[in-house]
Design a protein around this ligand. Structure first.
Ligand code: NAD
Ligand code: UFG
Length: 338
């Protein structure tokens, strides 16, 4: 298929682009470069040996979307474009509703206008709110604890209504757990601007000496070692999950399906530090700091529905996640010293 990736030069979008091309699909990236760099396209072309068109545009610009959809003969869209910083969403909710909710409305309008009705959407485990039971399956009640999470919930509800009104749509809502790691090539990975919010890029930068120490946010949770437990999933496995979802929705009956993309395995913050040090023979100094507002003790997936219906399960273990994160960090350091 010919697939448009909104947010295609971002962390997850770029890995999905590589996975789609390796399985014979063609991709067009559509991104306003608010949180990524066009150089990602050069790296993707080096990885895949394929020319990849980049449309620099904003998803809130319906004309730009319609033009890209028709000019490139697009048959399906994977929608990654969005803002994702929880703290920023609390401080600037209008920016989040505008970018994420209005942006998605503009996208589905353009798709409907162009007769493109196959869509994979990047949702998040954040839509489960405070877990009532674990592991989290797709039937767990949804709620939101911050504006970012609320944008994901609103978009899920909007897509549910669209699918109910028009059975020609084929929509997959993918609820990601905690994507980490990088492509085997070391050419693409997660490189957030400024100080990272997320654990793995923070650990990498501490190990590289770019940050002094990790703050472990709380060690008094009701978990085996008192630190927060999450379901970390290798980005290459997550990317393969998108290929499986896209290949599945075009063949099945329901207009909308929802799948968790996680491993089912929880690791604590200290498990992550220990594994990163062991696998990469580096030191990650840390100190225990107060809990971070809004964090839950434990969050991990039931990946069973995806295994059953998509024939997909995560293959890569924690060691592979730590090794690829470090390898990408070192490639970045080499590039910066050029
Ligand atoms: P990212 O910031 O690396 O990628 C998002 C891309 O979207 C960026 O390249 C950015 O420039 C682009 N973008 C943002 N707003 C845009 C707009 N209005 N028009 C066009 N392009 C726009 O983030 P990511 O980690 O790759 O996340 C991709 C998606 O997955 C997001 O929707 C995010 O909410 C969701 N998600 C991410 C995680 C995670 O831990 N990384 C977890 C759950 C869900
Ligand atoms: N943590 C630290 N120190 C840090 C950063 C994180 O101790 O410097 C801890 C957190 O307290 C938490 C764990 O590491 O226990 C993971 O934190 P992340 O910020 O990496 O990830 P979250 O689980 O908080 O959130 C991520 C994404 C959300 C998404 C969610 C579920 O940032 O957007 O996964 O998919 F919604």
């Amino acid at each position: 298929m010919n697939i448009l990736l909104t947010g295609g030069t971002g962390y997850i979008g770029s890995h999905v682009a590589a996975a789609l091309i390796s399985t014979g699909h063609e991709v067009v990236c559509f991104d306003n470069l608010a949180n990524s760099d066009a150089v990602v396209i050069d790296r993707l072309e080096a990885i895949t040996g394929t020319a990849i068109p980049l449309v620099v545009g904003d998803i809130r610009d319906g004309d730009a979307l319609r033009h890209a959809l028709t000019e490139h003969g697009v048959e399906a869209v994977i929608h990654f474009a969005g803002l994702k910083a929880v703290g920023e969403s609390v401080a600037q909710p209008i920016k989040y509703y505008d970018n994420n909710v209005r942006g998605t409305l503009s996208l589905v309008e353009a798709m409907a206008d162009c007769g493109v009705k196959t869509l994979v959407f990047s949702s998040s485990a954040t839509v489960y709110g405070e877990p009532r039971y674990l592991p989290l399956d797709e039937s767990h009640p949804t709620s939101a604890t911050n504006p970012y999470g609320r944008t994901k919930l609103m978009i899920e509800e909007m897509l549910t209504d669209i699918a109910a009104a028009d059975p020609d749509w084929r929509i997959a809502t993918l609820r990601y757990f905690n994507p980490v790691g990088a492509h085997d090539s070391g050419l693409i990975g997660e490189n957030p601007n400024g100080i990272p919010n997320n654990l793995m890029p923070f650990i990498s930068r501490v190990a590289a000496g770019r940050l002094a120490e990790l703050s472990v946010f709380g060690n008094d949770y009701d978990t085996p070692d008192g630190t927060g437990v999450r379901d970390y999933i290798h980005i290459v496995d997550l990317a393969d999950g998108h290929v499986a979802a896209l290949d599945t929705i075009v063949k099945i009956e329901p207009a909308l399906s929802t799948w968790n993309l996680g491993t089912g395995q929880g690791y604590s913050v200290l498990d992550m530090v220990e594994a990163f040090e062991r696998v990469n023979s580096v030191r990650v100094p840390y100190r225990v700091a107060p809990r971070r507002d809004g964090d839950v003790a434990s969050c991990y997936a039931s990946p069973e529905r995806a295994a059953r219906e998509l024939g997909w399960t995560a293959q890569r273990d924690l060691e592979a996640m730590c090794a690829s994160s470090w390898s990408f960090e070192r490639t970045l350091a080499m590039r910066n010293s050029d």
